[in-house]
Design a protein around this ligand. Structure first.
Ligand SMILES: [Zn+2]
Length: 59
């Protein structure tokens, strides 16, 4: 079973946040929550969302 991984440093933050989940659908809320509390985004802008989607990798 593969998992989806995301590292905040992969989208250019000096941040050690990493997360993973079984599906892309499950990882997105975790990433959004982190952005809200750690990076001050109420809503993630489209350009950042594009970077996030590009940085999520399946392994
Ligand atoms: Zn972060």
């Amino acid at each position: 079973m593969s998992r989806f991984y995301f590292k905040c440093s992969d989208i250019g933050y000096q941040c050690s946040f990493e997360t993973n989940a079984a599906t892309e659908k499950d990882i997105l809320p975790k990433i959004k929550m982190h952005h809200k509390y750690a990076h001050g985004f109420k809503e993630i802008p489209d350009d950042v969302m594009t970077k996030i989607m590009g940085a999520i990798h399946e392994q």
